[in-house]
Design a protein around this ligand. Structure first.
Ligand code: DI6
Ligand code: FE
Length: 401
């Protein structure tokens, strides 16, 4: 049933072809939560005559935003660690001394599922207020089967409490909990793999992620995680080359990963492997900024190789306490020299692809979900340009607003 017809707007479909997939004088029809019509205002079929007509006053309309890499479910915060870094301590140094991810682990284990939901809601609401309609949420701070599953149940509940699509990732291979010190392989065998089986059986995991890094897991250990995911039919992705180069991105690409994320230290071989396998590069300028990283990801190499680039907040209590996808877009332009068009594609079309939902979301096309953001701006570049200003007029999520 045609429910709504949007008219009088500038439409950035984000379909490939012309810049921003921009269309002028077009109408968008919403039918049962889906986009039922995109076409010139003068050619709207008569079947839309009864739909509620909404004049958008010349505003810009884009696909609703997609944050394809977050850790918004966690206990506590790491403001003290922020102070320590300002006093000179390094991120890896703090992690090796039992702080970092492991300190969030303790707070997350102590928190009830309800408390995790309650703590994450304001972060989720901040994202939604900026036009986000899809958010990926990872486990990774429980580091035991019980607490990792609790995190993913909290993530699923967030998706039921708010009009937003939540996509989850099993990230038990994020850090080694203290009880497994010196026994990373046992942790993989006893927690990461059986927990993944359980998460899949309970419908809690849409994908599997890992952290391939000196302070986390080796490529060989990650390979075991990927093998198990393949047996369960779960798609994979990886935190790779964030602090050093271990070849994680190429490993992920070889395992048909949907994305490899961070990538500051990615080299040409890694880029080639990603291009060959169609792996999306998810860049996370909030972590780059927070850790005062000096090596930017190889954006030009990725561009030249035709690797799709997505960007995301990486919202987490340690390396990226950032809950603004608009600010992330600005950072991607200013810090990584991406164009405003690449930044917008990075939170729409390419972010959808990084989550394996490219058929449902990420562009404005007939047949896709009616997930739109209506902005109080006219030029698409304005979305990435401002800092600390939210020009969202209205978000549409299916038949909901
Ligand atoms: N890389 C990150 O940036 C987050 N996880 C990861 O593997 C940070 C996690 C944290 O510091 O709490
Ligand atoms: Fe992350």
């Amino acid at each position: 049933m045609p429910t709504k017809l949007l008219v009088n707007m500038r439409l950035a479909t984000m379909c490939e072809g012309n810049p921003y997939g921009l269309l002028e004088d077009h109408a968008v029809g919403i039918d049962d939560g889906h986009i039922g019509f995109v076409g010139p205002e003068s050619e709207v079929p008569s079947s839309w005559n009864d739909a509620a007509r909404e004049d958008l006053g010349g505003r810009l309309v884009t696909p609703a935003l997609i944050d394809c890499h977050t850790h918004i479910v966690f206990g506590g915060n790491r403001a003290r660690e922020f102070e320590m870094r300002l006093e000179g301590a390094g991120y890896e140094e703090i992690a090796r001394a039992g702080g970092g991810i492991v300190s969030t682990m303790s707070a997350t284990r102590e928190a009830s599922e309800d408390a995790l939901v309650e703590a994450a809601l304001p972060r989720l609401d901040a994202m939604i207020a900026e036009g986000v309609a899809t958010i990926e949420i990872k486990s990774g701070y429980g580091l035991s089967i019980e607490h990792e599953l609790k995190m993913l149940r909290a993530a699923r509940r967030l998706g039921e409490m708010r009009p937003v699509r939540v996509v989850t990732s099993w990230l038990a291979a994020h850090a080694l909990p203290p009880e497994f010190k010196g026994r990373a392989d046992d942790y993989i065998s006893e927690v990461v793999l059986p927990g993944m089986t359980q998460a899949k059986a309970d419908g809690l995991a849409d994908a599997v992620d890992g952290f391939c890094e000196g302070i986390a897991f080796s490529p060989e250990q990650i390979e075991r995680v990927f093998e198990h995911a393949r047996k369960l039919g779960l798609p994979v992705k990886l935190h790779a080359e964030q602090l050093s180069i271990l070849g994680g991105a190429a490993l992920a690409a070889q395992h048909q990963a949907m994305s490899a994320d961070h990538l500051e230290y990615l080299d040409a071989d890694g880029v080639d492997a990603m291009a060959k396998h169609g792996t999306v590069a998810v860049l996370l300028p909030g972590a780059f900024y927070t850790l005062r990283e000096t090596q930017a990801p190889p954006v030009q190499l990725l561009r030249d190789a035709g690797v799709p680039i997505a960007i995301a907040t990486d919202c987490n209590p340690g390396s990226s306490p950032l809950a603004s996808l608009l600010l992330t877009m600005n950072m991607a332009c200013t810090l990584f020299r991406m164009t405003p068009e690449e930044a917008l594609a990075g939170v729409t079309r390419n972010a959808a692809r990084a989550l394996g939902i490219g058929r449902q979301a990420g562009t404005i096309e007939e047949g896709k979900a009616a997930e739109l953001a209506i902005w109080n701006v006219t030029e698409p570049a304005e979305l990435a340009y401002r800092i600390g200003f939210n020009p969202l007029h209205q978000r549409i999520f299916g038949d909901l607003v």
